[in-house]
Design a binder for this molecule. Structure first.
Ligand SMILES: Nc1ncnc2c1ncn2[C@@H]1O[C@H](COP(=O)(O)OP(=O)(O)OP(=O)(O)O)[C@@H](O)[C@H]1O
Ligand SMILES: Cc1ncsc1CCO
Ligand SMILES: [Mg+2]
Length: 268
């Protein structure tokens, strides 16, 4: 599996897919920079007059509801609807799911448009499946393992690959489960690294639309390993944000292979 993952990372670097993001104001800059550092080509666009045309030319779409409003929701539905029509991969980041009824309603309507991948933190994944317990705005108050049964349920209900992020990143599709244990606690002190994860999943699913599970595992492994290595040389969140871009840009294969911690299970 590690070799297959590295192949995906190389393909993103060489193929440089166009990734269309409808994302939040907080993270537009860091996610665009992370996509560029990984080798992809980002575009942020949310005007209703152009989102469908942008989906037509992009390799994948990311819909992130971080700072949504009514206009943006219509843009998201138009874009995701076009992606569904064209069988083009799209990734849903359910930022703040469970925090307000508005977010929950929007998510239920976006789920009908069949995202290829859903990536959220544990509280968000639990909230989408109506598990009571709450959320603290956009930050998780649960551990990834708490959300595994919700993630399995969500995968069965939607057919989407589901990724729960946090100290462990858990990726679920049908009988397959992968657990990645990279990253660093300092990563939760930089805003939007979950959003960055979702954006990277978009780049990976654009180069491998036939296998969104492998694409998601690869993107999460890449971010986790890069974040862990970047944290080792960072004094705090400020330098981590910068160092992460440098490591995404230049991470060599040998270092990736020696740092990745991955466990696979097939529950058939
Ligand atoms: N405690 C931790 N230990 C190790 N790595 C972590 C930890 N917390 C987060 N990470 C890393 O940060 C990545 C982003 O995950 P996180 O679950 O914090 O996203 P999020 O809550 O959606 O963030 P945001 O909403 O700010 O984008 C994870 O995939 C993981 O690599
Ligand atoms: C802090 C914050 N608020 C809405 S979106 C966002 C970025 C992290 O999800
Ligand atoms: Mg998030």
């Amino acid at each position: 599996m590690k070799e297959k993952i590295w192949k995906q990372i190389s393909e993103v670097r060489t193929k440089s897919p166009l990734v269309h993001n409808i994302t939040n104001y907080v993270v537009m800059n860091n996610t665009a920079n992370a996509l560029l550092a990984a080798g992809a080509s980002p575009v942020m666009a949310h005007a209703q007059a152009e989102v469908q045309d942008m989906v037509n030319i992009a390799g994948a779409l990311i819909v992130n509801i971080g700072t949504l409003d009514e206009y943006w929701v219509e843009s998201m539905e138009l874009a995701a609807g076009r992606a569904k029509e064209q069988a083009k991969p799209w990734v849903l980041d359910p930022v703040g799911a469970g925090a307000t009824p508005f977010r929950n309603q929007v998510l239920q309507s976006l789920l009908k448009l069949q995202p290829s991948v859903i990536r959220g933190n544990a509280s968000e994944i639990m909230a989408i499946t109506n598990v009571p317990g709450g959320t603290k705005g956009v930050d998780s108050i649960h551990e990834s393992v708490d959300a595994v049964s919700s993630a399995k349920h969500l995968n069965q209900q939607t057919g989407s690959v589901v990724c729960v992020s946090g100290a462990a990143d858990i990726i679920i599709h049908e009988s397959r489960v992968v657990k990645l244990s990279n990253g660093d606690p300092l990563m939760s002190k930089v805003t939007g690294l979950g959003c960055t994860a979702s954006a990277l999943i978009g780049a990976f699913v654009a180069v491998n639309p036939a296998d969104p599970f492998l694409a998601t595992v690869s993107a999460m492994a890449f971010l986790g390993v890069a974040g862990e290595l970047a944290a080792r040389k960072s004094a705090g969140p400020g330098s981590l944000q910068l160092n992460l871009l440098d490591v995404l840009y230049s991470l060599p294969q040998e270092e990736f292979m020696s740092v990745i911690r991955i466990e696979e299970k097939n529950e058939e």
